[in-house]
Design a protein around this ligand. Structure first.
Ligand code: NAD
Length: 306
């Protein structure tokens, strides 16, 4: 199989939240291809709170039984520096960071408490920030590092009852977009995935026959590719699950330039609504400078009033 050609011998990989679901599949995949893996997991219930060593210990034992190398780490991702320290202590280096740990506190927005918000933001956004921050200078210095941010369709598209989760997941894309730009010249690449996989997170919402089709194993190969030395993909966003993989990008419509004078009123915008929302001639910006505002403003000078 093609994926077996890409190996990770000598590389050290941290997978956060590796005790179950997707993280577990990643850890097994990397270890089977020669990587030394830090199996991080706080061992919480789905809704957070509590801690257990059981899942991380079980997976480390399994990897070792398979002939691989792994150590367990039980820190919360909100102690990112300690997790990176564990990798250095056990294996002396770090090459790949997969920000995967997650919890849910689903509630409609009117019922969502500050605690529900803070817990979910803390694990997903702050946790990914702190783990990445702890690895960043190391990666830059060694001129190699691969980072994965785990987003969600809930962030990209919204989902009922997930204001806390969706906003954290979308923020991770924003974090990745900037890290990709800051890391590029150091060969430190950051990509974002939007996975779909059978796990305790999806157990109550996805029918059993579909769960069979979307095993976490069918997400791992793409994550491994993005983390391989040979991959030049940086700042990408990918939806994937059950073997399906696709890149996702921003689309900007044609838009409309209004004359910027007193005739630029709400009614003037309303009158041009079709043009403002027209996607028949889209562009796909990837940088903040990809709109040439000066040109547009120059054109606008010659417009009649709206
Ligand atoms: P999961 O619940 O099976 O795994 C999450 C793991 O994270 C658990 O083992 C848990 O103990 C661990 N964890 C929780 N809080 C932690 C903390 N503070 N520090 C360290 N570990 C912690 O869920 P999963 O489905 O495998 O999800 C993995 C990631 O993928 C999550 O970020 C999730 O939001 C994301 N995701 C999953 C799906 C899906 O379809 N399963 C869809 C979109 C996004």
């Amino acid at each position: 199989m093609a994926s077996q050609e890409l190996r990770f011998d000598g590389k050290v990989v941290i997978v956060t939240g590796a005790g179950g679901g997707l993280g577990r599949a990643y850890a097994l995949f990397f270890a089977a291809r020669g990587a030394k893996v830090v199996v991080n997991d706080l061992g919480t219930p789905l809704t957070g709170g509590g801690a257990s060593h059981e899942a991380a210990d079980g997976l480390v034992a399994e990897i070792r039984r398979n002939g691989g190398e792994a150590v367990a780490d039980y820190n919360s991702v909100e102690s990112g520096a300690a997790i990176v320290e564990a990798a250095l202590k056990a294996f002396g280096r770090l090459d790949v960071l997969i920000n995967n740990a997650g919890v849910l506190r689903d509630k409609s927005f009117s019922r969502m408490t500050d605690a529900d918000w803070d817990l979910v933001q803390g694990v997903h956004l702050r946790g990914s920030f702190l783990c990445t921050k702890a690895a960043w200078d190391l990666f830059r210095k060694q001129k190699y590092g691969r980072i994965i941010m785990t987003s969600s369709g809930s962030g990209l598209y919204g989902n009922f009852g997930q204001a806390n989760y969706g906003s954290a997941k979308m923020a991770l894309l924003g974090l990745s977009n900037t890290l990709a730009k800051e890391g590029a010249k150091y060969n430190v690449y950051c990509n974002t995935i939007v996975p779909v996989a059978a796990s305790r997170m999806t157990a109550t919402t996805v029918p059993a026959d579909v769960m069979e089709l979307i095993k976490p194993d069918f997400v791992a190969p793409m994550v491994a590719l993005l983390c391989h030395e040979s991959s030049t993909e940086n700042g990408g966003l990918f939806e994937l699950g059950g073997g399906y993989v696709t890149k996702v990008r921003w689309e900007r419509g044609r838009g409309h330039v209004f004359k910027a004078d007193a005739s630029f009123t709400p009614a003037a915008v309303q009158a041009k609504w079709d043009a403002v929302t027209d996607f028949s001639a889209p562009v796909y910006p990837t940088t903040i400078t990809e709109v040439n505002w000066l040109d547009l403003l120059e054109q606008a000078k010659h417009l009649p009033t709206n």
